[in-house]
Design a protein. Structure first.
Length: 119
């Protein structure tokens, strides 16, 4: 069973919205609540880049290009992290990957979900 399972990607028009979800079904509650969860994205011919992270204490960090448009949040009880993406732009087109870094330093990645924004 996968460590991180993403869902919610798809096709949107510029100016539209999508919500990504990432569930960590194998994390026990204490592991998930203490982990730094995040979203990264990789566009064709580009390196993987930070989108947003949320720490165990719910401190958030955003990439410059998504500030003010994207919001990361998490529900510890559901072991799920969300990425609400508003006012989407064609440059947001990429494969979005969920990431987890546990308190012990272990890093996990999801398989990715495609987001395509049409102009």
């Amino acid at each position: 069973q996968e460590q991180l399972v993403e869902s919610g990607g798809g096709l949107a028009q510029a100016g539209g919205s999508l919500r990504l979800s990432c569930k960590a079904p194998r994390f026990i509650l204490s592991t998930f609540s203490g982990a730094t969860m995040g979203w990264y994205r990789q566009a064709p011919d580009k390196e993987r880049a930070l989108v947003a992270t949320i720490s165990g204490g719910r401190t958030t960090e955003y990439g410059d290009s998504v500030k003010g448009r994207f919001t990361i949040s998490k529900d510890n009880a559901k072991r799920t992290v969300y990425l609400q993406m508003n006012n989407l732009e064609p440059d947001d087109t990429a494969v979005y990957y969920c990431s987890a870094v546990t308190a012990s330093g272990a890093r996990y990645w999801g398989h990715g979900t495609q987001v395509t924004v049409s102009s």
